[in-house]
Design a binder for this molecule. Structure first.
Ligand SMILES: [Fe+2]
Length: 166
């Protein structure tokens, strides 16, 4: 019996948008495992083109996620962005290669080995490079008060008072 794939809260980076996207990727993969795993009903599994389509969609969702993540890194001036971007490119090259292999093989059941490989592929990214980014992100955010932040308000009223009572 294949282990059920589900989101674990300890995978959270405490960055709402990225967590939601990571959860979405895990859910997409879980859905593929459910529909095409060895225990799926023969009516649903055994359809090679539907499985390849679903795996292609998962790859595209990951590609879009990586792009949004890079936009976010750029926006906050993440200094290790080039390295992270290279990792995204390598992950996508690896996935494209795997997809080509699956297509050539004509797989119609997403077996346990394929499920584990795909899960590790996503988790290596979430628990590896993304954790490094999350750490830097929280440090950057912690040092940059958002507009309207109490620190800004306090500083502004101090300046206003200084102007009124020179
Ligand atoms: Fe990510």
């Amino acid at each position: 019996m294949t282990r059920l794939l589900a989101w674990h809260d300890e995978w959270s980076l405490n960055i709402e948008s990225l967590d939601a996207e990571h959860r979405g990727l895990i859910e997409l993969l879980a859905d593929i495992c459910h529909r095409f795993g060895p225990e799926a009903s023969p009516r649903r599994s055994g359809d090679a083109s539907a499985l390849i389509d679903a795996l292609t969609d998962l790859g595209e969702a990951a590609r879009e996620h990586f792009k949004r993540e890079e936009d976010m890194m750029h926006a906050v001036g993440y200094e290790d962005m080039a390295e992270h971007r290279t990792e995204h490119a390598l992950l996508m090259a690896e996935y494209t290669d795997q997809l080509r292999h699956w297509r050539a093989e004509g797989i119609d059941v997403f077996d346990e080995e394929a499920q584990n490989n795909a899960r590790d592929w996503i988790l290596d990214h979430i628990l590896g490079a993304d954790r490094d980014f999350a750490k830097a992100f929280h440090e950057i955010e912690g040092h940059l008060p958002a507009p309207g932040h109490p620190h800004d308000v306090a500083e502004q009223s101090r300046l206003n008072a200084a102007r009124r009572y020179p």
